[in-house]
Design a binder for this molecule. Structure first.
Ligand code: URA
Length: 209
């Protein structure tokens, strides 16, 4: 048991390998992240509830399934989370979006909050928290604590790459939250970057290297 659900579809692995390559420029990196968010979003939303509604096709009246309940909420851990969130929002345009601004304190790496804006009724929504990199787990743990304070109950965490250290920390702090990832890498280095990883996801998305 790794403590996370691995979505290791060959298409995702192929795109991820191109993203990891340090020669891949930001426009291609962003395009691949968007494509992967579609593929992962398909899997992560697999168990969303549906309800039958009455419609009329050009041929006949019929009862067919639609997503049930309040709209889901995608919570982006800024800024790299936006790369995943924007693709997911294309896939699920009716989703609400929460923004959680956290930065890593350079001394002890703990997460410091600088922005928090989420929709109401989180207790009735499927909450999907996204950040491409699960490294130490500090930001993810803090983000999950914050949305739980805002009443979120049903929560899933989605990342692209996870370090075993981050999975362990997140599982211990939030055992009720399922983690989905496209890869589990080897370890963290002394600067808490994922190895082999892909570098700083925010810098790779926005070209701020
Ligand atoms: N955040 C990143 O963007 N990359 C890492 O390797 C770790 C944390």
């Amino acid at each position: 048991m790794s403590g996370a659900i691995l979505i290791d579809h060959p298409l995702i692995q192929h795109k991820l390998t191109i993203m990891r390559n340090k020669e891949t420029p930001p426009p291609l990196f962003r395009a691949l992240l968007r494509e992967i968010s579609f593929l992962m979003g398909y899997e992560v939303t697999r168990n969303m509830p549906t309800e039958d509604v009455e419609i009329e096709t050009p041929v006949a009246k019929t009862s067919q399934p639609k997503l049930a309940g309040r709209k889901m909420c995608i919570h982006s851990i800024l800024r790299a989370g936006n790369g995943l969130m924007e693709g997911l929002l294309e896939l699920i345009p009716t989703a609400k979006v929460g923004h959680i601004g956290l930065y890593r304190d350079h001394k002890d790496l703990h997460a410091v909050e600088y922005y928090f804006k989420v929709p109401n009724h989180l207790d009735e929504r499927f909450n999907l928290v996204v950040d491409p990199m699960l490294a130490t787990g500090n930001s993810a743990i803090a983000a999950l604590e914050r949305i739980k304070q805002a009443d979120a109950k049903k929560i899933t965490f989605l990342c692209l790459l996870a370090a075993p250290e981050g999975i362990k920390a997140l599982n211990e702090a939030h055992p009720d939250v399922t983690i989905y990832t496209a890869a589990i890498d080897d370890r963290l280095n002394e600067k808490s970057y994922i190895v082999p990883g892909l570098g700083d996801a925010g810098d790779r998305i926005y070209g701020t290297l």
